[in-house]
Design a protein around this ligand. Sequence first.
Ligand SMILES: [Zn+2]
Length: 296
Amino acid sequence: MRALAIVVFAASLAAAQTAPTFSGRDALAYTKTAVDFGPRPSGSPALDQTRKFIETKLESWKLKPEVDQFTASTPIGPIKMYNYIVKIPASNASAVDRVVIVAGHYDTKRFKDIKFVGANDGGSSMGALLELAHVLAAAPRKDVSVWIVFHDGEEAQEGPWTAADSTWGAKHLVAKLQKSGEIKKVRALINIDMIGNRNLSMLRDTYSTSWLNDLVRQSAASVGMAAVFNDQTTDIEDDHLPYLAAGVPCVDLIDFTSGDTFWHNEKDTMDKLSAASLQQIGVVVLASIDAIAARK
Ligand SMILES: [Zn+2]
C-alpha cells in the first residue's frame, strides 16, 4: 500500500509537467456511470445509454465524435454497431496529418447465465478514453493529431472468441480508413483494455510492434511508472489486430497476468477498480504520445 502511494505521488508530479488535468478519479467516475447502466453488449439499450453519456461529456468539452455506424452480420444475427472517433488536431497545422490513435472498446461481453457488467473489461477503457479526450482537448499536442477511438463489438457475440466473431468495430473502421486512404496518416495505435484493476501489472503483448512496446516502456520509466509493467510476454488478441494487418504499428496495453482482472467473470465490478491505476495508464499514454510525436 505504501509503495503504491509513492507511485501515485510520482504520477501526479510527472502529470503536472505534461498533462496537468488527467484525473484517474474522473476516469473512474465515467466508468462507474457506464457500469451503472448494467451489462452493455453490442446492440443493447445500456450501450445506447453509454453512447449518450459519452456524447454529453464530449459536448461539455466542445468535442463532437465522428460516428462510424454499421450493421455487423454476427453469428446471432445482424447487430447495429457504432465506433466513435474523436479527432484532436495537432496545434501545428503542418503536423495535422501525423496521427496517433488511442483506442479501446466500450462494449461488454454478452452472457446469458451471469450478470456481467464489465467494470474492468469494457468499462475501464471507456472511462480512460473519455478522460484522455478531455485532457487532449484542453492541451492538443503540437506535432501530432490524436484520434481517440471508442470501438464497439470487440467481444465475440455468440460464445468464445474466434477470429471471425470478434473485433467487429475495429475491422470495420480499418476497412473504412483503408478505403479513404487515411490509414496512411496513422503513425501508431495504442490500444488500452482492462487497465483499471488494483495492482496493475501490464504484460508485453507479442503481437504488438516491437519498437512501440519499447517506446511505451521507456515512456513509463520516464514518468516513474516502470513498475506498472512486467516482463511477461503473451500473445493477446485484441482490437489492435486489424490495424496490425493493415500495417499500422500497434501496442496493446492490457493487464491479463495479475490475478485481479476477474476476466469475463461476474466479479468484474467497480469495487475491484482503482483511480490510481487509471491515472498511471493515462499518464503513460500521454507520455507515449509525446514520444511518438518526437520521432522523425
Ligand atoms: Zn472481454
